[in-house]
Structure formats: C-alpha cells, structure tokens
Design a protein around this ligand. Structure first.
Ligand code: GDP
Length: 447
C-alpha cells in the first residue's frame, strides 16, 4: 500500500545513526523504496524515473540536521521534491478577460465533467459573485443536456435553453452570444465526452475552441483511472491544448498517484479537485496535502521541522548514552516530559504520528492529558537530586513531602513511579531493538 512509504523509509534508514552528510548508498537504499511505492500507486514510469533522479540529486551529500535522523531527513527531501513535482500552490482558474469569459470543459464520458462544470459554476456564483451561464454541447446525448439543466437549477445557475438540431459549434457560439447579451461574466461550455478517445471527439473540441477562444480549457479527469487519465491528458493537451486539470474522485484515491503523473507528464497545473458527488465537493489543489498522502503519514514533515527547531540534540545524545548503559532515572523522565510539552503536548505529538490515532484515544481515556504532564514535571521538580537518581529512596515520608511540595497526592506520585518503571523497562528493550513503533517513537526524540 502507498501509505507505508514513510514507514519503509524510516525502516531502512533507521539503522543510520551517525550524523554528517547522506551518502550515495543511503540515498539509493531509500530510492528503491520510493520507486516501488510510486509504481504501486500507478505513477507513470517516466515520472518515477525523473522523480527519483531529482531526489538523488538533492539528497546525496546533503547535510543531516543535527537534531533529526538521516531517515527523517530523506523523508523531508522526498516530500519537498513531491511538492515541486505536483506544482505550485493556488493556481486556481482565472477569468481576467473581457466578459463573458468562456471556459471550456473537456474530458471523457464519466470522468465527472458535467458535475464539475456545475461545481465550478456554483463556486464562481456563490464565492466570486460572478454571473454564470452554462451550456451543454453534447448533441449526441440529450440526457447529458438535461443533466446540466437539472444541476443548474440545483445550484442556481442559468443554463442555455436547449435548441434541437444544432451542432456543438453552433451551440457554443449561441452561448457566447447569449452571454454577451445577458451581461454574464463567465460562460461555461460543457463539451461532449466519449467513452474512449477518438478523432471525431478531438476534432469537435478543437473546432469549438477555435470558435470561442476560451480563456481556460480544463480537462476533467478521473483520478481513479490512473495511467489512463494520464494518457487522456496527454492526448487532449497535444490536440487542443489545455490550461489546467480538474482531478475528480480524489475522495476515492487514497494514493494520490494520478495527481503526480498528470502534473509531471502534461506540465499543466491541477487547478481544482473533486472530492465527492455533491455540487459543493470541489476544492483547491494543495500539493503539500497530496504529498502527505503519497508519503502516507500524518504530518511527519511538520514533526521533523518542529523537532529540528526544539529538540536539544546534545541533551538527547547524553540521554542516549545513559540509556545504553541501562540508566533511565526520574531526571531523564523529566527531560522527556519537557520535550513532549515543547512539541505541543501529547495531543500534538500523537496527531502528527502515523498510526497513532488509536493510541491517542487510549491516552485520552486514561486521562493522560497535557495537564498531567505538567503535574508530573512538578512532582519530579519537588524531588531532591538523589531521589531523582534513585527512586528506591522514595518511602512514605518522602512521598508526603513531595506531594505537599508539588500540590499533588502520594497516589499521584505512585502512579508516576509506576510509569517510570514501565518506561525504564521499555527503554531498555528499545535500546536493544530498534524499529517498530516504540523504536520510531524513540528516534523521534533522538534516542
Ligand atoms: P461526465 O460524463 O463526465 O459528465 O460525468 P458526470 O458529471 O455525469 O459524473 C459521473 C458520475 O461521477 C456521477 O455519478 C457523479 O456524481 C460522479 N462524480 C463526479 N465527480 C465526482 C467526485 O469528485 N467524486 C465522486 N465520488 N464522484 C464524482
């Protein structure tokens, strides 16, 4: 599954603990996984090649930040190249031309073309306060014309009255004319689709384009069709020239592969994405969100950035050395708790880790919230240095003193001591065995 790319990367790179520059071998090992994951996600082979070349170029010799692991650093580079390949943020559709501005919608039948036409018309009307006219040019399928008229009523957008017997070009001209006469800002032309690409379809679309000189030619493509969508995009772009892409059914595409291929192959921006059947299920395209989906993680990149900014690498190093000797005292626990607080508390930390949602719930059930962290730090602060080093000293009288000092109870202290014992055991195991969720969690802290 696509979702495991970041896991795979962390896995193969978790053995690399030394700091310094990334070597060609490190990077190649990571790239094998990247290549496999992209191919599994149905990304076009040529795109996979140029993508991995770019990552290699950027990664080999790159300095590993002091406070992140090489694995995390590679993930960050892959993420950055993904965002570059997916294109810039916020390239929405434009209509800065003399009204009525024609927008031509093209694509295969069933791609979501008519629905997307209505979605865009609705957005232009409601959000951008434009006066929009829609027209269906599908002369072969009266049902398609009806469908647009029904959608138009639903979203409160006018559609051009249907006149039987007209050709696509005639309807398109009539729509633009009606747009002028009626004072419309935008005229959306929903061209006919075919089940497969054919020359008659292309010729018709090209003719309509020549007759109306549209400001935007948007290809509507179904993200779920992967490679086919890419071939469709290439064909339409070669024959009629596109200004952008509307990628539909992104609600069903958990992998994001089509978006990557489409953009890389055509060089045309993905301007909007369809995320459902309803007429408001239309979103701007955010390369960073798709990159996250492709890497299959919560915001691990944000976590690396946060870690880079907050984790004190030297302290982590010191702690790692102590752990290697089997030491994890209450002072170390305090350092960990403080680190957690810095990174936005448990909630913030868990939310950013992939696959941790369940654990987050468990913690919430156990009432292990951020206030608890602060209280635990207060308890440890009330101890003497000797007590922190050796919790066995903590008999009842000392517990009472610490409870009073920290405004807690002896029970709270017992709970903390129990947690510390469990963590100490866990840390011992972790230092023996890297990898796995706890190992990963540990490496987040630079252990
Ligand atoms: P056309 O033949 O290209 O005009 O396709 P339609 O607009 O008639 O859409 C075909 C089907 O796909 C309809 O049932 C739509 O509701 C559905 N559809 C369109 N866009 C999306 C989308 O973004 N997500 C989902 N889940 N369904 C969509």
């Amino acid at each position: 599954m696509f979702g495991t790319l970041s896991d795979r990367l962390s896995g193969i790179l978790s053995g690399l603990t030394r700091r310094g520059a990334l070597t060609e071998d490190d990077v190649n090992a990571a790239l094998r996984e990247v290549r496999r994951a992209l191919l599994e996600a149905d990304v076009a082979l040529e795109v996979v090649r140029s993508f991995t070349d770019k990552v290699r170029e950027r990664a080999v010799g790159a300095e590993v930040l002091k406070s992140v692991t090489p694995g995390q650093q590679v993930i960050k580079i892959v993420n950055d190249v993904l965002i570059d390949t997916l294109g810039g943020e916020g390239e929405g559709i434009t209509f800065d031309a003399v009204p009525p501005v024609p927008i031509l919608m093209v694509g295969l039948q069933g791609s979501g073309k008519t629905t997307s036409t209505a979605k865009i018309a609705r957005r232009l009307t409601d959000r951008d306060k434009k006066k929009v006219l829609m027209a269906s040019l599908d002369t072969r399928r009266p049902a398609a014309m009806e469908q647009l008229a029904i959608l138009g009523k639903q979203v409160g957008v006018e559609t051009l009255p249907i006149v039987a017997g007209q050709s696509a070009v005639q309807i398109a001209r009539r729509a633009v004319e009606a747009g002028k006469l009626g004072g419309y800002d935008v005229v959306m032309l929903d061209t006919a689709g075919r089940v497969t690409l054919d020359e008659a379809l292309m010729a018709e679309v090209a003719e309509v384009k020549a007759a109306t000189n549209p400001h935007e030619v948007l290809l509507v493509a179904d993200a779920l069709t992967g490679q086919d969508a890419v071939n469709t995009a290439r064909a339409f772009d070669g024959r009629v020239g596109l200004t952008g892409i509307v990628l539909t059914r992104m609600d069903g595409d958990g992998r994001g592969g089509a978006a990557l291929s489409m953009r890389a192959v055509t060089g045309k921006p993905i301007k909007l994405v369809g995320t459902g059947e309803k007429t408001d299920a239309l979103e701007d395209f955010h390369p960073s969100r798709v990159a996250n989906r492709i890497l299959g993680m919560g915001d691990i990149v944000g976590l690396v950035e946060k870690a880079a900014a907050t984790v004190d690498a030297d302290k982590a190093q010191e702690l790692a050395q102590r752990l290697a000797k089997g030491n994890f005292d209450l002072g170390d626990l305090r350092t960990q708790l403080q680190q957690m607080e810095k990174m936005g508390g448990l909630g913030g930390l868990m939310g950013m880790l992939p696959g941790m949602a369940q654990m987050k719930n468990q913690i919430a059930n156990a009432k292990m919230d951020d206030k608890v962290i602060a209280r635990q730090i207060a308890i440890i602060n009330s101890m003497t240095a000797a007590e922190r080093r050796n919790p066995d000293l903590l008999k009842n009288s000392r517990k009472k003193r610490i409870a009073a000092g920290s405004g807690t109870s002896p029970e709270a202290i017992n709970k903390l001591l129990k947690m510390h014992r469990q963590m100490a055991d866990m840390m011992k195991q972790m230092s023996r065995q890297k990898g796995g969720m706890l190992g990963k969690l540990g490496s987040m802290f630079g252990l």
